[in-house]
Write a protein that binds this ligand. Sequence first.
Ligand SMILES: [Zn+2]
Ligand SMILES: [Zn+2]
Ligand SMILES: [Zn+2]
Length: 146
Amino acid sequence: MERSTREAMERVNRSRYKLTRQRSKIIETLVATAGEHLSAEEIYGLVTLEAPDIGLATVYRTLDLLVTLGIIEKTDFGDGRARYELASPGDDHRHHHLICSGCGIITEVKDDLLDDLESTLEREYDFCITDHRLEFYGRCASCRSD
Ligand SMILES: [Zn+2]
Ligand SMILES: [Zn+2]
Ligand SMILES: [Zn+2]
């Protein structure tokens, strides 16, 4: 079992919720598709390949629960469907995304270049910043070459 699967399962076990077979299956699917940003329907499609008895409503409920427990993150990239991915363990900062309006590919930005901006805002507005969210929209290299 992958480390991130085990960590996610331990977090459910430490909560007041039980680690049911359905919840384990959905966590495993999200670990296996790390780096993709799947919708609930796409997750449902993958989960039911191995566990055909899991219903779409259960998938929705489980995703909501995993978001509440901080195990996964839910992001709206502006295409009208929420996307889900594992939260980065030990880091409550969400990473940033580049979203191509041509093909829809989502690239994760590994560096956070906003520390200076945050310090400036904190100083100028006397505001203590704890987090930020940021998505960039544009066109990827292969869409621009068409
Ligand atoms: Zn593109
Ligand atoms: Zn992401
Ligand atoms: Zn950031």
